[in-house]
Each structure stands twice: as structure tokens, then as C-alpha cells.
Ligand binder design. Structure first.
Ligand code: ATP
Ligand code: PRP
Ligand code: NIO
Length: 470
């Protein structure tokens, strides 16, 4: 599933690329910034995800013969198609590390390449990073409330088609433990697990028989679904019988699963029945339209649930349809570039840049990132990007550069990490962030500022653009 064709793009990228090609501009240098404007879920942070996946994909991105035939039919010209036959992305990429906590309006990633190459990769870059960052952020919110409980992704069946594949990857980056998605488990090396469906129990005349056969077929990690007929009168008592039979064979029932009704009530009552039967090791799993709010509430009600299976609300990023990440030109043909907008929030930042995270003497993030020109090593004062009279002195802080070179000449420079390693890194970065930025209601707003030099460069370009209009 990682075999993407370079036609995984919007047609306008190729239309622009053909013009660059024909007008002799294809090799002009360009820098594009990837950033988003709004944190999903009205939260205080986002978890950057999809990077290592993206780098692997773009290092192998090619147009094959059938792509070229199709593009010919679409009216693209022969000499341009000849160029596309040998297309490779040979650019450089600077980026935040996958799993880092990231904030709006400042570059998360920067592409520095020939303009034609940078343009052709835009759509796939936005597609993979926007979606995985959205889902990793959702997963991270669920992890924040779930504490040490086991979190399983059950979402493939409800996902936006193949989005479920990448959602399973992003869920792990954000802190989930495993997935029911077999192909994602295989390709991304994610622990795969699962329970059983109602249909299996319905297909038997007798629930107990169904449990027995299932436990025989899958003694390791066996989880019995107890709510098909009557949770407390039938499901749990039958699960207890099978657990005892398993004990006599030297096996252990892993858990029961609740999938309807008042999950707190049923978890408490089931726990009592299991404990009374001497089965305190049998865990309780719950599913049914869970999200961070329901899980938080269940844990506040002290529901003894050990495993949460989360589907729809995780993999669809509910209630936010998309991360609004954009890819904006900052420099090309040796000149800084700017996009003017009616809304000051949408005016872009010119030039190659670096982002610095401000930290105190204990390595704790103080809640501010400053954007400077790439050659600036330390920023003494940062200015509010849209309210020029607001500024903050940064001299006393440690300043960590966030954008690191991750690709050179189209080849990945960083060592590939396992998703578990990325997820651990993400947790460690989150732990540097003060709690005020992690609360769900009205989180503290993380400060983003620009250096004086960057501010002045932007002003200069705005003035000259206005001048041209006169
Ligand atoms: N104790 C609880 N506290 C908070 N939310 C809960 C609790 N128990 C269940 N929920 C959530 O409430 C919602 C209940 O959904 P719904 O009304 O469809 O019930 P249901 O049990 O699924 O009904 P059905 O019989 O149709 O399966 C789900 O999102 C579930 O996760
Ligand atoms: O509610 P979600 O968060 O999306 O979690 C996934 C749901 O998918 C399954 O139900 P489904 O009715 O599809 O199959 P089932 O017959 O196995 O219950 C499972 O039982 C969960 O309820
Ligand atoms: O394994 C499960 O219990 C499962 C898998 C997918 C969706 N719902 C439940």
C-alpha cells in the first residue's frame, strides 16, 4: 500500500509543472512552508504525524508508463512527459520530528527544491501530513484521559475508505497500543489484536457453545463479547464458565467486552461477578462510540474498564473533518515571496526560516515558539505575527531549533524509528508542555512570534507589493 504513483496529485500541479518546464523555469530554486492555522478539537496542541511515512513515499515517487499514457490523453505534451518519465524528487526537507507537539501558523516542515519538484509533491505531502496529524492529535487526547488503560484502534470499518490504513498508523503515534487492522499491523509493525463479533454468537443456538468454541480456537488473548443477549444474566455468567474451563486446561481468559448500555454500570457489575468467581485477572474491555469525552467520563465514574476499543470517532477525526494544513511559497528564483491577503492572518512569511522552541533552565517548554530567518541563531525579541506592538523578550530562554534536515537530494537522512519509538518521543515532548496547554476546555494559547528581521522582511515585501498596485 505504500506504492504511490506520482499521479497522486491534483491536476493543477502538473499544469503548473508543464509551464515551468516549457518556460525554462523548472530548475529555479524554491522553498515551501507546510503549516496549519487551527488546532483541531479546540485543543492546545497538535501531534505532528506522517513524516517518516511521507519521506519514504516521496523518495520512491515515480510516473510509470500507464501514468504517462493517461497524462498524454489529458493533453500534456510529449517533451514534458519525457521529463516526467525520469522524474525523481531530489530536494531537501527540513522538518519537526514526527511525534513532536506542534502549533499553528509556524512552519512544521520546509521543502527546498527545484520548483517543479516541490510543486509535484505538494498534494501527497498535504494529504498524508494533514490526515495523520489530525488523527494522531485525536489519539493523543484519548491517551491523555485514558491514563495507563490499553487503547485499541477498532476504526477500519468506519474510516473514510483507505484513510483507515493511515489512521491506524497515526493512532499509534498519538499513544494507542494496538489495532484491529491487520494490514496496518503488518506493514507498520503495529501490535494487532481483537475480540469477536455479535454475528459469531448469533450464529450459534447457544451463547455458551459459541464462547467455548471461540476459546478453543483462540486460547491466547481470548476476549468474549458478553452483551449479545443479556450481559449480566447470560453473557458474563457464560464467560465465567468458559474461563473456569480454560483454567482447567492451563489457559487464561484475557477479557470480556461490553459494547452497549451503560458501560460504567455494566463494567462495575461484571467486575463484581468476575471477582466473586475468583477471576480477578480477567480484564474488562469496552467499546461503542467512545471518544476522549466518554472515556474521561467513564473513568470519573470509576468504571473498572481496562481496555478501550475506539473506532469511528478516532479514525474519522470526529468532530473535525480535516487539519487545515497548507503549503505556501516562501522563496523562489532567488527572491523572497509573499502572499498578500485581505486577512492579516493569511499573509504568508517569506524566506527560509527556522523555528525555535523556548525552554526554561529545567528543559520545560515555556509555551512559546519563535520563527526567525534561517541564519539567525538566537532570537532576542519576538513580535506577535499580526499585532506588531506586542512583543516578548527571549534572552533568558534556551532556544531549541525545531526544523532539522531530514532529506537531502531526495534521500531520507534520519534513521527510521519504530512507531513505538515515535510514540514514546511524542509522550516525552508532551510531558515538556505545561498542563495548561493540554486541558480540553479553553486551553492556554501557545505563543507564536516572529523575529525582528523576519518582521521587517515581511513589511518590506508588503510595502513593495502595495507599491506595485499603485
Ligand atoms: N456510563 C457512561 N457514561 C458516559 N457515557 C456512556 C456511558 N455508558 C455508555 N456511554 C456512551 O453513551 C453512548 C450510548 O449510545 P446509545 O444510546 O446508542 O446506546 P447503546 O447501548 O449503543 O444502544 P443500543 O442498544 O442501540 O446498542 C455511547 O457513545 C457510549 O459510549
Ligand atoms: O463504535 P466504534 O467506536 O466505531 O467502535 C467499533 C464498533 O464496531 C463494532 O460494531 P459493529 O456493529 O460494526 O460490529 P459487531 O457486530 O462486531 O458489534 C464494535 O462492536 C464496536 O461497537
Ligand atoms: O476486535 C474487535 O472487537 C473489533 C474490531 C473491529 C471493530 N470492532 C470490534
Amino acid at each position: 500500500m505504500n506504492n504511490f504513483s506520482a499521479t497522486y496529485t491534483d491536476q493543477y500541479q502538473l499544469s503548473m509543472a508543464q509551464v515551468y518546464f516549457k518556460k525554462g523555469q523548472k530548475d529555479h530554486n524554491a522553498i515551501f512552508d507546510y503549516y496549519f492555522r487551527k488546532i483541531p478539537y479546540d485543543g492546545g496542541y497538535a501531534i505532528f504525524s506522517g513524516l517518516e511515512n511521507l519521506l519514504e513515499i516521496i523518495s520512491e515517487l515515480r510516473f510509470n508508463e500507464s501514468d504517462l499514457e493517461f497524462l498524454k490523453k489529458q493533453g500534456f505534451e510529449d517533451d514534458f512527459l519525457k521529463y516526467l518519465r525520469d522524474f525523481r524528487f531530489r530536494g531537501r526537507i527540513y522538518s519537526a520530528s514526527e511525534g513532536d507537539v506542534v502549533f499553528p501558523t509556524r512552519p512544521v516542515l520546509q521543502v527546498e527544491a527545484k520548483i517543479i519538484e516541490a510543486q509535484i509533491i505538494e498534494t501527497i505531502l498535504l494529504n498524508l501530513l494533514n490526515f495523520q496529524t489530525l488523527i494522531a492529535t485525536k489519539a493523543s487526547r484519548i491517551r491523555l484521559v485514558a491514563g495507563d488503560s490499553t487503547l485499541l484502534d477498532f476504526g477500519l470499518r468506519r474510516a473514510q475508505a483507505t484513510g483507515g490504513y493511515y489512521a491506524s498508523r497515526a493512532a499509534i503515534v498519538g499513544g494507542f497500543d494496538g489495532t484491529s487492522n491487520v494490514v496496518a499491523g503488518k506493514n507498520f509493525d503495529i501490535p494487532v489484536s481483537g475480540t469477536m463479533a455479535h454475528s459469531f454468537i448469533q450464529s450459534y443456538d447457544d451463547e455458551l457453545e459459541a464462547f467455548r468454541d471461540f476459546a478453543e480456537g483462540r486460547p491466547d488473548g481470548c476476549v468474549l463479547l458478553v452483551d449479545t443477549y443479556n450481559t449480566l444474566k447470560s453473557g458474563v455468567p457464560n464467560a465465567i464458565k468458559v474461563a473456569k474451563e480454560m483454567e482447567s486446561r492451563g489457559e487464561k481468559l484475557l477479557a470480556i467486552r461490553l459494547d452497549s448500555g451503560d458501560l460504567s454500570y455494566f463494567a462495575k457489575e461484571s467486575r463484581k461477578l468476575l471477582d466473586e468467581a475468583g477471576l480477578d485477572y480477567v480484564k474488562i474491555a469496552a467499546s461503542n462510540q467512545l471518544d476522549e469525552h466518554v472515556i474521561k467520563s467513564l473513568l470519573e465514574q470509576q468504571a473498572p474498564i481496562d481496555i478501550f476499543g475506539v473506532g469511528t470517532n478516532l479514525v474519522t477525526g470526529d468532530p473535525d473533518g480535516a487539519l487545515d494544513g497548507v503549503y505556501k511559497l516562501a522563496f523562489s528564483s532567488d527572491k523572497p515571496r509573499i502572499k498578500i491577503s485581505e486577512s492579516i492572518f493569511k499573509v504568508t512569511l517569506p524566506h527560509k526560516k527556522q523555528v525555535f522552541r523556548m525552554k526554561d533552565d529545567h528543559g520545560k517548554c515555556i509555551g512559546a515558539d519563535a520563527i526567525g530567518l534561517f541564519e539567525e541563531n538566537k532570537i532576542t525579541e519576538m513580535f506577535h505575527p499580526f499585532e506588531p506592538y506586542k512583543s516578548m523578550n527571549l534572552e533568558k530562554f534556551h532556544q531549541e531549533p525545531i526544523l532539522k534536515k531530514v532529506m537531502e537530494n531526495g534521500e531520507m537522512l534520519i534513521d527510521k524509528r519504530s512507531l513505538k519509538e515515535i510514540s514514546e518521543y511524542s509522550l516525552s515532548r508532551l510531558s515538556e508542555l505545561p498542563i495548561e496547554y493540554k486541558r480540553f476546555n479553553n486551553p492556554h494559547i501557545y505563543k507564536i512570534g516572529i523575529s525582528e528581521r523576519l518582521r521587517d522582511e515581511r513589511e518590506k515585501l508588503i510595502r513593495s507589493s502595495k507599491q506595485k498596485l499603485k
